[in-house]
Design a protein around this ligand. Structure first.
Ligand SMILES: [Zn+2]
Length: 477
């Protein structure tokens, strides 16, 4: 036997060891790939689920908004009859009902959104529930209390704040799965301040210099440090006729009906409601009465949806004239936590949040022989809503509010006042981190230099970059 004979098995052993190591490595890689693809499939699945749930929630909420507007419109007609019949008690009762509908309608919309989300498998979000429960407390305690024996906000009908707080508590008791992302609290401030505009932070994060070129052309050069910012605005104290979640944006205004609405319109609406137009007297039409009308600052032309317009919104075909208005709509946020099976690179990324925001709006038209008349054209609310559709988030009212975007809310309520006063930033806040980037002079100089060369290449995007606010979100996690 030559030593070679001994060598062979030894060599085989070593080769065997290498194979084992290779197999082990291959196995580990394979295991990662399997886990990763399972993760990926789960995430795709959950994404689809969140989308369905968010869309269903937004559509349900918008449907209730439409129904509520129709009811308020029909009660306008019933009040014409009550006034004509010299029945002030009935008229008062009807007016009170309209004021209540401005709250119960949106609250029903909020409840319907929860149904829509939960039926599609979205669980209650404890933080969303807390937002609603805390707000119920705020309404119950702050809105009704006063320093000088008055209410902080006038009640639109007696007992409104207690009613409203109770409804919010009922919603919170069932648990909130779908946040009303376009909520506007009475205490909210005007979002015109740059620091209250989420697009600013997006532009910094993405080095989107064109955003500065179009929206704040002098800011990059003029900025010095945090003391440059104007003070954060005070609350606007809008007249509280509407619920803060899924608002209808209507209000009672005293006027002479005949001066504003052609007789043919009211007559047609009365006929369509199955009522007798001959019962309406001049008492209802020629005297000053308070009617529920659309808030003109909220119900406007939907110019963003004009494909011929500056924004050239990516939609198929032009918006039909009878649909060309903004106003009440529903923006909804749902979140699903996808726990990772693949070991994360760092311990903190064990959970991915899958987020979906969706917007929907009730559509309709006034029956005037043709079907091309916007429902809000005569200011007076008349039953007109027949349909509900999903709309792009960027075309929705207050779609950028992020009322249930917790990080954003913490940022604007807690971090910004300190930042504007002292220049302090919160380390764990994405928005504060963007401010940190912004504070660096060389960062802003980079933008100035880039725009010097390239500003002619800037194209005005359809607000915020191709409607990407839909499709979940670019924000937060
Ligand atoms: Zn912050």
């Amino acid at each position: 036997m030559t030593p070679h004979h001994h060598k062979l098995p030894h060599h085989q052993n070593r080769r065997g060891g290498q194979v084992a190591v290779f197999l082990l490595v291959a196995f580990v890689v394979l295991a990662f790939m399997v886990l990763w693809s399972v993760d990926l499939r789960r995430i795709v699945f959950l994404k689809g689920k969140s989308q369905d749930a968010g869309d269903a929630a937004a559509l349900s909420a918008a449907r209730w908004q439409g129904t509520s507007l129709n009811l308020i419109g029909e009660i306008n007609l019933l009040r014409m009859l009550a006034i004509s019949a010299n029945d002030p008690a009935t008229e008062d009762a009807l007016t009170n009902m309209q004021a209540r509908l401005c709250f119960t309608g949106p609250m029903a919309a909020f409840a319907a959104a929860q149904q829509g989300a939960k039926q599609n498998g979205i669980y209650v979000h404890p933080d969303y529930t807390t937002i609603v429960r805390d707000h119920a407390d705020t309404v119950r305690n702050t809105y009704t209390t006063t320093s000088a024996g008055q209410m902080l906000f006038d009640e639109p009908y007696p007992g409104a704040w207690t009613d409203y707080a109770n409804m919010l508590d009922l919603l919170a008791a069932d648990g909130i799965a779908a946040g009303a992302d376009n909520a506007e609290l009475y205490t909210d401030t005007d979002r015109a301040h740059i620091l209250l505009n989420r697009d600013f932070y997006e532009a910094v994060a993405g080095r989107n210099w064109c955003w500065f070129f179009f929206n704040h052309p002098t800011l990059l050069a003029a900025y010095t440090d945090h003391s440059f910012w104007p003070p954060l605005p005070e609350p606007e104290w809008a007249p509280p006729f509407n619920a803060e979640f899924f608002s209808l944006f209507v209000m009672p205004v005293p006027f002479v009906l005949e001066n504003l609405v052609p007789e043919t319109i009211t007559a047609a609406a009365v006929v369509e409601a199955g009522l007798n137009p001959s019962l309406i007297t001049t008492q209802a039409t020629e005297q000053v009465h308070s009617w529920y009308v659309y808030q003109s600052n909220r119900w406007q032309e939907w110019t963003i949806m004009d494909p011929e317009g500056e924004e050239s919104f990516p939609i198929t075909g032009p918006v039909r004239p009878q649909y060309n208005y903004i106003g009440a709509d529903a923006v909804v946020r749902v979140e699903t936590a996808a726990s990772r099976m693949t070991p994360g690179l760092d311990g903190s990324s064990r959970h991915d949040t899958i987020l979906w925001t969706a917007a929907a709006k009730a559509f309709g038209y006034l029956n005037e022989g043709n079907d091309t008349t916007r429902p809000d054209i005569w200011s007076l609310v008349i039953a007109a809503y027949r349909d509900v559709r999903l709309i792009p988030i960027d075309a929705a009212s207050g779609g950028g509010n992020g009322a249930f975007d917790l990080m954003w809310m913490h940022h604007i309520r807690e971090h910004l006042p300190l930042y504007v006063a002292y220049g302090t930033r919160e380390a764990n806040c994405w928005y504060c981190n963007q401010l940190g980037t912004w504070e660096v002079a060389s960062f802003r100089q980079e933008g100035i230099d880039w725009l010097d060369e390239n500003s002619s290449r800037c194209r005005r995007p359809s607000t915020g970059g191709g409607g990407s606010r839909g499709g979940g979100t670019r924000r937060g996690h």
